[in-house]
Each structure stands twice: as structure tokens, then as C-alpha cells.
Design a protein around this ligand. Sequence first.
Ligand code: ADP
Ligand code: ADP
Length: 229
Amino acid sequence: DAMLRLSGVKKTYNAGRSNEVCVLQGVDLELRAGELVALVAPSGAGKSTLLHIAGLLDTPDTGRVEIAGTDMTGLSDRRRTIARRQDVGFVYQFHHLLPEFTALENIVLPQLANGVARGEAETRARQLLAQVGVVERASHRPSAMSGGEQQRVAFCRALANQPRLLLADEPTGNLDPGTSDQVFAALMELVRGTGLAALIATHNLQLAARMDRVVELNHGTIAARPKSD
Ligand code: ADP
Ligand code: ADP
């Protein structure tokens, strides 16, 4: 069954003004549970807009957003925020970890905010760190870690509350190619162990080809892209 379903999603900025820009013109996209999908888009095509709408940070003008069968379209801002915290994990090009906290705390804090007991939160944080190979960095602050380690911790934080949907915007775009490959493999490993669906925006077509499916956002709509190119 679909973990994420976007149907007829449209988004226009500055509607009716001279600088009107129609970014999404009817996006249809479905991600099944456990599916890892690459999103490829030229710069300015509306990739961020699409990820924000799928992740409940923004709303479409028209169309539907469903996560795990629940229609999120008509929710109040408050309900949408609650749904986002429970259902969606984000990773960006830069880690956005809290600099004054350790790696472990960065993964524990969102769980505490979600009502998880500290002991349980710490156990889960250590398990996640171990899965991506950086458990020995648990007590380090972000500034004491390499870029690749920081991104691994950011993945763990995104998965801390067991979301149904992982959205990543160029998650390895800030890393050198070798590190990027390793960090990407760690991400796939993490995601494979869960039933979540992942939509990962990337310009790296080699990494994209390692995912289950590649879709392309162009001229405001989504099209399948042959895996081989
Ligand atoms: P991408 O992530 O693919 O580069 P974006 O979704 O950030 O694309 O932006 C798509 C288009 O919409 C761009 O032309 C951008 O300038 C415009 N845009 C994005 N956000 C806004 C906004 N808040 N107001 C007006 N225009 C915007
Ligand atoms: P503003 O601060 O203007 O209200 P947003 O709340 O949309 O704007 O946040 C600004 C940016 O921060 C967003 O474009 C998004 O990339 C990021 N962001 C906001 N809230 C979250 C969140 N809960 N999880 C991840 N990223 C977020």
C-alpha cells in the first residue's frame, strides 16, 4: 500500500502578480512502504517545494497529500505539525545538528519531545548510531566530527521517531565523492531495516541508480526516468 501519495498537487507562487511562478502543475507520485525513490530535478524545477509539500511543511494550492492512507490535505496548521513530527523525517545537505549537544543528545531530544522515556530514547539512539557505524562518536559534539559522520548522525536523528516517510534533499551533496558513497550506503542500510518510504533528491545519477526507482521533476510534473541513464 502507498506510504506517500501525492495526487494532482499544484503550487503557484505570487499568483496573479507579474512575478507569478507556477512550480508544480499537477504532480502525481506514489511511494510504497519500503521503497527508496530518487528524485532528480534541474535546479529551480521545484524540488524543494515538492519535498516541503510531501513533508507537510507547506500546503498545495490544490491536490491531495496522503501519508500511510491518511489524507493530510485539510488539516489545521497544528494538526499538520503534529502529523509531521510523527510521520516525517528530514535530512538536508547540511546536517543542522544542534552544535551544543552531543551526537547522542541530538538523536535523544526529538524522542523526548515525542514523549519517549529517556532510557528508551538513549537505547534507540545508540542502536541507530551503531547501524551507521558511528556509535563511538556518541559523546562528540558535531564540530568534533567529520562531514560524513555529521550526516550519519543527521540520518539517525531523522529516523529517531520512526517516521513513515523520509525526505532527503541532496543528503550527500556536501561530501566528497568517496565519503558520499559510504554515507549513502549507510543511509540505504538504515532505511532497508524499516518499512518506511524514502524520497531522496540528488543530482548524483550513480547514487540515484542504486535506489529502487528514479523519478524526474520537470516542467511542473513528475515522470519516471529509466534507471540506466
Ligand atoms: P528547486 O528546489 O528545484 O531549486 P524550488 O522549489 O526551491 O526549486 O523553487 C522553484 C521555483 O519557485 C523557483 O523559480 C523559485 O524561485 C520559486 N520559489 C520558491 N519558493 C518561493 C517563494 N516562497 N516565493 C516565490 N517564489 C518561490
Ligand atoms: P518560517 O521560519 O519562515 O516559518 P518554515 O517554518 O517553513 O519557515 O521553516 C524554514 C525552513 O526550515 C523550511 O524551508 C524547512 O527547510 C526548514 N524546516 C522548518 N521546520 C522544519 C521541521 N520541522 N523539520 C525539518 N525542517 C524544517
